[in-house]
Write a protein that binds this ligand. Structure first.
Ligand code: PA5
Length: 427
């Protein structure tokens, strides 16, 4: 399903030198003996996930999909990026005949929120508010605005039916509110952090609302769980990737995650959070960056090819496109494109990929790790998520950092709360 190709990575060290260290970290992950070990619930999640809750998720999604045209997914960071990545990667950017999924609660941009409010005010909409802490300000502000709109336009009873809350099982402001209003509730497990939570209700409910088969997604994740439960670096591709990026990270401060499909740009956003928030602490870590080619070859391409040598690329190559079309023949050939007539657009995309890897690696001196995925569907998405989660945990432990905390995220909040006059933050 996934193949890691290191033949363009120009690694300065032998991967095999890391064999013993990798086996040690593998045991640390599986025996839960490393830093952050109370956030390892994702490791066995594809086997242990709450099947009753999954059935409730599917039932609520089936019921609500009949009643609404738009679902507002209200969350930030780990509480929305995975769902958005899945929905766009699997359904594409312009799906038809589906509940439209829009994202709020991830910004204080007043223009963005006001435009969405205008857009949904006369539509049949619902809200999935997602917050593990139940107190995140971006999410709470947006939820208050759209909850009020829904109650004003549809009444409290309909609003309560159309609002679904995904939060902590026991505590937090959102839990209290959801209990009081009688919303359907789903749980963010205690032992899974935001950026590892896409395969919990955090991701599964919005993904199910988008008409995607969540059982198939969990089956894919389970296949990856079994496949990567293997301490042997020589045969574990997730670990190969995790080690290779650390070897390259010693020389290059940035990693650019590259895809060749516009609908995968939010997979890159999800990947950026996963690696950036896991690794960027104690003055360490590789800066996660991303691009969609060939689109960005017309903007960033010049820098990558000839600019300062600050990055390596990790290319996610999806072998089979979901859809394809053929370049037509034109008898006049005024655009001189007949040399492509009869070829598919994906054929052209693949040649662009091969040519770019060659240009960047062999002319530009930019190392490339290539990760090949057969195709993009619910099953393979689940598989890919687990692959990156396992690779990330290994890679960050290798760097000597706790992959599962994010102490730095609080600093801006304290300053902002002080400026906003939040009680308790005056000093
Ligand atoms: O990975 C994380 O922990 C963060 O990105 C959180 O998911 C994000 O800050 C949202 O937090 P919460 O779910 O508590 O609203």
């Amino acid at each position: 399903m996934i193949k890691v190709d290191l033949s363009h990575a120009k690694l300065a060290e032998d991967l095999n030198d890391y064999k013993d260290k990798v086996a040690e970290i593998h045991d640390m992950i599986h025996n839960k003996t490393g830093a952050g070990n109370d956030f390892l619930g994702w490791v066995e999640l594809p086997t242990n996930y709450d099947k009753d809750e999954a059935a409730r998720i599917k039932a609520k999604a089936a019921e609500l999909s009949k009643e609404i045209d738009v679902l507002l997914v209200c969350g930030i960071g780990g509480s929305y990026l995975g769902a958005r990545a899945a929905i766009e990667a699997i359904n594409g950017l312009y799906p038809t005949n589906k509940v439209e999924i829009l994202y709020i609660g991830n910004t204080f941009s007043s223009t963005y929120l006001a435009q969405i409010k205008e857009y949904v005010k006369d539509k049949e909409f619902g809200i999935n508010v997602i917050s593990k802490s139940g107190t995140t300000t971006e999410t709470s502000v947006a939820f208050r605005i759209f909850k009020e709109l829904l109650e004003e336009t549809k009444g409290k009873e309909v609003a309560a039916r159309r609002i679904v809350a995904t939060t902590d099982a026991h505590k937090g402001a959102l839990k209290t509110l959801a209990d009081q209003e009688g919303y359907e509730e789903f749980v963010v497990p205690d032992d899974i952090g935001g950026r590892y939570s896409v395969l919990t209700a955090v991701g599964l409910f919005p993904i199910a609302m988008a008409g995607i088969d969540i059982d198939a997604m969990m089956e894919g994740a389970k296949a990856a769980q079994d496949h990567y439960n293997n301490p042997d670096l020589a045969t574990n591709d997730a670990y190969k990737y995790g080690v290779a990026r650390q070897i390259l990270g010693k020389k290059y401060p940035a990693e650019m995650f590259v895809t060749y499909e516009l609908q995968l740009s939010n997979v890159a956003e999800w990947w950026k959070q996963l690696f950036g928030e896991s690794e960027g602490k104690e003055g360490k870590g590789i800066l996660p960056h991303s691009a969609v080619f060939s689109t960005d070859l017309h903007s960033l391409g010049q820098f990558i090819q000839e600019g300062s040598k600050v990055l390596f690329e990790t290319v996610l190559k999806v072998t089979k496109p979901q859809l394809d079309l053929t370049v037509p023949s034109d008898p006049d050939n005024l655009d001189n494109l007949n040399y492509l007539a009869g070829k598919t657009v994906d054929y052209v995309n693949k040649r662009a990929c091969e040519g770019t890897i060659d240009a960047h690696v062999n002319v530009g001196g930019v190392p490339n790790i290539v990760i090949e995925l057969d195709e993009m569907n619910a099953y393979s998405f689940g598989y890919m998520v687990y692959f990156f989660e396992k690779a990330c945990a290994l890679s960050v432990y290798l760097l000597g950092v706790n992959p599962f905390n994010q102490p730095g995220v609080e600093v801006y909040k304290k300053n902002m709360f002080k400026l906003l006059g939040k009680p308790g933050y005056e000093k």
